[in-house]
Each structure stands twice: as structure tokens, then as C-alpha cells.
Design a protein around this ligand. Structure first.
Ligand SMILES: [Zn+2]
Length: 497
């Protein structure tokens, strides 16, 4: 089935076809974090969306080369390094590691390449040299090198491919040196910023003197180095559309490195904004959350991931604590159904239910229509629960449903990642406790933790609901896996037989 996605370039939903003549390989770039602070939940909406796109492309059989840069040199970073009286690498290294920990907590697959800007200064300089040689970039009186929008347009190139711009309001000769600027000013922007006293020891030599790269050129240089001068897919938050992505196109196409008729990027995808409790996220309003803030409140990665995946990527999404509680309930419903399916399947193995997989594929092929997908998933669960309640589901059917879920979860990524689990379960200890619940386990739980804890939770839930038949069935299943339940005053505990 054909995959259709909205392309910001053409402002329409298009069938996706990769540039690769064999139709297999897909080059995908997403603007990564600026490592000057912990990433907030709005940032992670973009990264979870990107992860969904990647996983879905892989599900469709494409070989994805996923590149995400690390912006480790930029205006704000320099300011923070100065304020914190530290070194660039020490400062950015801390936030870079934190970012990858957060990404793992959200069960996002690690991109195939995560290039750092500071390790691509040579590529950046060589790209600027090309622009200077073509007369599109110039060195100004302040010693910095700027991109000339007028010269670029004079070459027949179009500035304003992603957003409509009003050039009548543009004042000739206007230029900006800061990395972020407003849409109102269509201005020449800095490619290479000459060293100023505030930069301290952060500078590199270049043909134009000591200095550092501008933010926009970093992404052009790194994406083209790792994916080639033309590649398939560029993703990012919609706030990056202008000027950042527009400038990426201008720099990359202005350098004239693409084959004739080929664009820098074929397909642009932008994720919409995130509101928190109905308002734009801001530290002063108290609705600014990093992932760490949410984990500290007792929510976990899969819950946050589920909530971020519940809305369509092009829709503005209102992130609320009520939504997180809803995510917890929804995941519990899924897990509960999966637990019952395991009991019903009793170890039988079957291939995935093709009708259900087809239904999900239909929804996601339609510009990643997650509303349609979730509707299908919960209808499926309702139906399975109904059949299991009346004991009308055969072991083979349950096994087939489980296999379908496994396949689907390759796209959703809602399982607890091992790195994340180790934070909850001390795997080196004899008695393992899950904070916030009465579940205790004893013995070697590495690798089995997720399934065992789920079975134990389900058994506790069944007992609470006085469904002793089911509680006993789970006890037997645990026993068949070599675990015995011990009820202690502190709660139920698992012990190896
Ligand atoms: Zn970028």
C-alpha cells in the first residue's frame, strides 16, 4: 500500500517515493537538540514523532538512515558556558548525555548517526567557501561571513519555499548575526561569526579569520555529509520552519552541490506545537516541563510516549496531567488484555492476525492518522476482551492476536526499555522492589522483569476484583515459568522455584 504524507514544500499530502532508484533506502534528517539545557516536553513531541516516522518506514520495509545532529555550538550555549565558567565540551557533554537518557526513557530508537557540529567545522567551512565562490556569501565589515538573500535570488533560487515571504518589506542590506530571528525580518544571516571577546576560548580558525559557525549552516553541512546533497526526508518542529529550515535550503541549494533538477530535500515534515495545560509552555507560567520533571512526578516514559503519540503530528496538542492519567489507564487496559491473551494462548505460537495489521497500516499510510489507528486498537481490544470473557477465543486466536500486537508495537514502541527498567528495578539485589507499588520480586529478574511484573500486577488486580479463577490461572502461568508467588505483609513477592 502506498504511504501518503503531508509535504510542507508542496503543502499537500503526497505519495512517498524515495530518491533511491531501488525504492529501498530512505535518508532522514531531524534537527537535534541544542545541548544547553534539559530538553522539554515540547522538544520531545518532535523526537517521538520522528521516532514514529522512522519505525513506520522500517515497518514498511524501507532501510532508514536516520541522522540527528547535536547542536553543541550556538549563541545560547556560548552564553551559558561563560555564565557557568566551564568549558564547551564539559558543558554540552552533560546535556548531551542527559538527552540520550531521556530519549531512551521514551523508547525512541537511537538515530543511526548523531553528528556534533563541533566535529564538522571542516565541512562547514568548505560549504561556506562554496557559497563565497559563487558570490552568494560575503564577508562584512564586522569580519563575519553572511548569506546574501538578494544574490541567492539573483541566481534563480527561491527563498521562501516552506513559508510565504513578503519581499516588499525587506530592506536591502539588512542583516542579522544572531542564530534566531523573526519572520518579519527577511535578512542576510551569519554563516561564520568572527570571534568576539564574549566567545572566550570558543573559536576555530577559518579562511575569514578566527570564529565559529552560525547555527543554520551546521545542519546543512551535517545533513549533506551523512545523507548526500539530496535526501528524502527532513523533519523538525514547526517553529524551526522559518528561518532555520528555510536557511538550510538556501545554503544547501545555493552551494549548487545537487544534481541538476534535484532538491536538497524532497519531503519536509513538521510537527505542530505543544501546549501545556492549554497554554504556551513557559517557565514563568509554571507549565514548563522537562521529561525529568514528569518522571519525578511518578509518570514513566511509556506513559509520556503514549500521550505524545495520541495526537496527530500536524495538530496542536494540549498536554495535561489529566492526559497523563488517561495514558496510564489506556496502557493498563492494553497490558491487561495482553496478559489475558497470554493466559489464553498458553504458549501456543501463531502468525500475526493479518486483518488487524492491515487496518493499522491503512490508518498510518494516511499521513500517519493515529486517531484512526488508536480507534482500531481499542476496538480490537474490546472485541478480544469480549471473546475471552465468554471463553470464545481459542489459544491459536489469542496467539495470533499477541503476534499482531508484537508487530504493531514495533511501530508504537510502548514496551519498557531495559535501560529504563533498571532505574525501577535494582537487578543486582536479591529482593527487588518497584517503588510506588507493593510488588516485590526475588531472584534473577534480568530480562524477564517486564513480563513478570505485568503478570504479577494482573494477578493482584484479579484478586482485588475477586476474580480468583483468573488469579489462579496467572499463578499457574508464573509457576510454569519457574516462579512462585509469596504473599507477604508488604505485598506479593516472586521467588524462583
Ligand atoms: Zn537544523
Amino acid at each position: 500500500m502506498a504511504l501518503k504524507l503531508f509535504n510542507t514544500l508542496t503543502r499537500s499530502v503526497e505519495e512517498f517515493h524515495p530518491l533511491d532508484p531501488s525504492g529501498k533506502k530512505v535518508g532522514m534528517y531531524c534537527c537535534g537538540p541544542t545541548v544547553h539545557d534539559f530538553a522539554h516536553i515540547g522538544n520531545f513531541r518532535t523526537f517521538v514523532f520522528t521516532d514514529l516516522v522512522r519505525r513506520y518506514f522500517e515497518f514498511k520495509g524501507f532501510e532508514v538512515n536516520h541522522v540527528m545532529n547535536i547542536t553543541d555550538i550556538e549563541d545560547k550555549i556560548i552564553k551559558r558556558v561563560r555564565e557557568n565558567k566551564t568549558t564547551l565540551r564539559e558543558f554540552t557533554g552533560k546535556y548531551e548525555s542527559a538527552f540520550f537518557e531521556d530519549l531512551a526513557a521514551l523508547n525512541c530508537l537511537r538515530p543511526n548517526q548523531t553528528p556534533r557540529a563541533t566535529e564538522h567545522i571542516t565541512e562547514i567551512i568548505s560549504l561556506i567557501e562554496k557559497l563565497v565562490a559563487r558570490g552568494i556569501a560575503y564577508k562584512a565589515n564586522d569580519g563575519s561571513v553572511y548569506f546574501s538573500i538578494e544574490k541567492y535570488r539573483g541566481c534563480g533560487c527561491k527563498y521562501g519555499q516552506l513559508v510565504k515571504l513578503n519581499f516588499d518589506e525587506m530592506r536591502p542590506g539588512e542583516r542579522v548575526s544572531s542564530d534566531e530571528y523573526e519572520k518579519e525580518s527577511i535578512a542576510d544571516f551569519a554563516l561564520w561569526k568572527s570571534r568576539v571577546p564574549d566567545d572566550g576560548e570558543i573559536f576555530w580558525p577559518s579562511p575569514w579569520g578566527e570564529g565559529r559557525p552560525g547555527w543554520h549552516i551546521e545542519c546543512s553541512a551535517m545533513s549533506m555529509k551523512w545523507l548526500g546533497a539530496s535526501f528524502d526526508l527532513h523533519l523538525g518542529g514547526e517553529d524551526l520552519m522559518f528561518p532555520h529550515h528555510e536557511d538550510e535550503i538556501a545554503q544547501s541549494e545555493g552551494a549548487g552541490v545537487q544534481q541538476e533538477g534535484k532538491p536538497f530535500v524532497k519531503h519536509w515534515m513538521h510537527g505542530a506545537h505543544l501546549l501545556v495545560e492549554g497554554k504556551k509552555m513557559s517557565k514563568s507560567l509554571g507549565n514548563y516541563f522537562t521529561l525529568r520533571d514528569l518522571l519525578a512526578k511518578g509518570f514513566n516514559g511509556p506513559e509520556v510516549r503514549y500521550l505524545l503519540l495520541s495526537a496527530h503530528y500536524r495538530e496542536q496538542f494540549n498536554f495535561t496531567s489529566e492526559g497523563l492519567n488517561g495514558a496510564r489507564a489506556a496502557l493498563a487496559r492494553i497490558n491487561d488484555c495482553l496478559g489475558k491473551l497470554r493466559e489464553t494462548a498458553r504458549g501456543v505460537v501463531a502468525s500475526a492476525d493479518p486483518a488487524f495489521i492491515l487496518e493499522i497500516e491503512k490508518a498510518l499510510d494516511n499521513d500517519l492518522n493515529v486517531a484512526q489507528m488508536w480507534g482500531g486498537i481499542f476496538e480490537w481490544i474490546r472485541e478480544l476482551n469480549k471473546q475471552m470473557a465468554s471463553e470464545g477465543l481459542k489459544a491459536e486466536q489469542a496467539a495470533s492476536a499477541l503476534a499482531a500486537w508484537k508487530k504493531l508495537n514495533g511501530i508504537l514502541g510502548l514496551n519498557m526499555p531495559q535501560q529504563h527498567l533498571s532505574a525501577f528495578f535494582d537487578i543486582n539485589s536479591d529482593v527487588v522492589e518497584e517503588p510506588g507499588s507493593s510488588i516485590l520480586m526475588q531472584g534473577d529478574v534480568l530480562g524477564e522483569t517486564s513480563e513478570l511484573s505485568m503478570l504479577l500486577s494482573n494477578r493482584n488486580a484479579a484478586r482485588k476484583a475477586k476474580d480468583f479463577k483468573r488469579a489462579d490461572a496467572i499463578r499457574d502461568e508464573l509457576k510454569s515459568k519457574g516462579w512462585v508467588i509469596e504473599d507477604t505483609p508488604k505485598g506479593a513477592r516472586l521467588k524462583k522455584l
